[in-house]
Ligand binder design. Structure first.
Ligand code: PRE
Length: 95
């Protein structure tokens, strides 16, 4: 593979990385809003049923190249980060 080819492939990845970043940040803003609604309504932040549903959808829709277990691991990290975000955001709102 030539260097030019490598540069082109990396450019494609750079673009996708920026899209992922933007989508994750958008998701984070929505997660914060969900956290506020849950706080107001006294609903527990952690929702294992909702998380399970998405993990099952990932398994159902995954056509590769990543294994389902790898993708589920990534989504579990996103859930964890989302719960932490809701927690810190609600704590800030109390100060
Ligand atoms: C979210 C976060 C934590 C919950 O355990 C379940 C789902 C998620 O990141 O998808 C969002 C959320 O708080 C919710 O849907 O209730």
């Amino acid at each position: 593979m030539s260097n030019q080819n490598l540069d082109q492939l990396r450019e494609q990845i750079d673009t996708i990385d920026m899209q992922l970043l933007e989508l994750l940040c958008k998701r984070g803003e929505i997660v914060k809003n969900i956290g506020k609604v849950k706080e107001e309504q006294g609903i527990t932040r952690y929702d294992p049923v909702r998380e399970r549903k998405l993990l099952d959808t990932v398994a159902e829709k995954n056509d590769g190249p990543f294994t389902t277990s790898t993708l589920q691991h990534l989504f579990k990290q996103i859930f964890k980060a989302s719960l932490e975000l809701q927690e810190s955001d609600n704590r800030k709102a109390l100060l």
